[in-house]
Design a protein around this ligand. Structure first.
Ligand SMILES: NC(=O)c1ccc[n+]([C@@H]2O[C@H](COP(=O)([O-])OP(=O)(O)OC[C@H]3O[C@@H](n4cnc5c(N)ncnc54)[C@H](O)[C@@H]3O)[C@@H](O)[C@H]2O)c1
Length: 353
């Protein structure tokens, strides 16, 4: 296995919380360069991770050009995902990129073409594919034990949008940076996860998106600015395999930190995946004949426990387990997000076939 030298672009919350700890924990990855437009943050992170000054950049193009960077890890806000990933691919460097992968379908399709033409590997960080309970749910469903799946209902709830949380107009509320609100931030994960665990695709969607707090205080403290993205997205989806699925996605759910619940109802039983019922913990309940029809929490096999950034290393080394999302899954996800936005605007079903 080769050790890939990683340059990380965008050193905010998810970078410091997940990407860089994961890169540093992997024997197959080495963090060699950093980039952020915020010079103070760049300096702090460089000191914390021991990266020399000549490997720290405020322009991602210089990081990509650095000869000590073999692959690029991208965790900037959504509006610059495309240009950074495209530049990495054009330079022949594989990339791992945050979700939502791009601002819209057109960008995702173009990025897929650039990636394919360059012949480089890509990975989209659909992080919940790496939850052991979700992986176990997937393997149980695909084993056929529960028969045909009829219904899936997915909730993804956070609370930080609520008025009394008093969050200012951060980039996640600004369409020109985020593309959409709760939909692209949380919904894209839920939509990907349901397709991942069932192995089925979306064929049509109808949705209701809305904004609850449409004005928020500006970050500099002077006055307020307009929120021009959704605070919640409720979606009804038809999927292949005859599944009727529902999604409730919102940042306005009191007491919820990063709460997910997915109920799956099959011909011969049901499964419930939970995240954050106990803070940070993923769990799986099963009900079928073997449990006497009762819902019981099951033990998750050890082999279901995988790490997202180690999976990125495996993708780079050409030995991924096939369960990672690449840019083509990113295109599917972006098509879906665009269809959901369109459906809410025209108040009609939108076909994906
Ligand atoms: N997979 C997940 O579960 C998950 C969780 C949180 C965030 N995310 C995604 O990760 C991305 C970043 O989110 P975050 O919460 O870390 O944001 P953040 O605001 O905390 O950090 C973003 C960082 O990018 C920097 N930046 C902005 N433009 C840049 C540019 N052109 N070049 C270099 N640096 C730039 C900012 O200065 C900041 O330090 C978003 O796309 C978000 O949707 C994914």
């Amino acid at each position: 296995m080769a050790v890939y030298r990683i340059g990380s672009v965008g050193l905010g919350g998810i970078s410091g919380g997940v990407h860089i700890p994961g890169i540093r924990a992997s024997a197959d990855l080495k963090l060699t360069a950093l980039c952020d437009i915020d010079e103070k943050r760049l300096r702090e992170r460089a000191e914390a991770y021991g990266i020399p000054e000549d490997h720290c950049f405020t322009d991602y193009r210089n990081l990509i050009a650095c000869p000590d960077v073999d692959a690029v890890d991208i965790s900037t806000p959504n509006n610059v995902h495309f240009e950074i990933a495209a530049a990495a691919a054009r330079a022949g460097k594989p990339y791992g990129i945050e979700k939502p992968v791009t601002m819209d379908t057109a960008e995702a399709v173009e990025l897929a073409k650039i990636t394919e033409d360059a012949g480089v590997a890509s990975m989209i960080y659909f992080s919940y594919r790496y939850k052991a309970a979700a992986r176990y749910l997937r393997s149980l469903l695909l084993s056929g034990r529960f028969g045909a799946i009829h219904h899936v209902s997915m909730q993804y709830y956070q609370a930080w949008g609520l008025r009394n949380a008093n969050c200012p107009l951060v980039w996640r509320y600004v369409k020109s940076i985020a593309a959409s609100g709760a939909l692209g931030d949380l919904g894209c994960h839920g939509l990907d996860l349901v397709s991942f665990v069932t192995g089925q695709q979306y064929t049509s969607v109808v949705s209701h998106l809305g904004t609850i707090v449409d004005e928020r205080r500006l970050l500099n403290g002077e006055g307020t600015g307009k929120v021009d993205v959704d605070d919640f997205s409720n979606i009804l989806a038809e999927m292949t395999g005859g599944i009727s699925a529902t999604f409730q996605i919102s940042r306005f759910n009191y007491g919820r930190g990063n709460y997910q619940r997915m109920e799956v109802y099959g011909e011969r039983g049901a499964l419930v995946y939970h995240l954050d019922r106990i803070p940070g913990v993923d769990e799986l309940e099963i009900a079928d004949e073997s449990t006497g029809g009762k819902y019981v929490t099951v033990e998750i096999p050890q082999e279901m426990r995988v790490d997202q950034m180690q999976s990125f290393a495996d993708v780079l080394n050409g030995c991924g387990d096939g369960l990672n999302a690449d840019i083509h899954d990113g295109v599917v996800n972006e098509r879906l997000l665009d269809a959901i936005i369109e459906s809410s605007e025209i108040k009609k079903w939108v076909s994906l076939t």
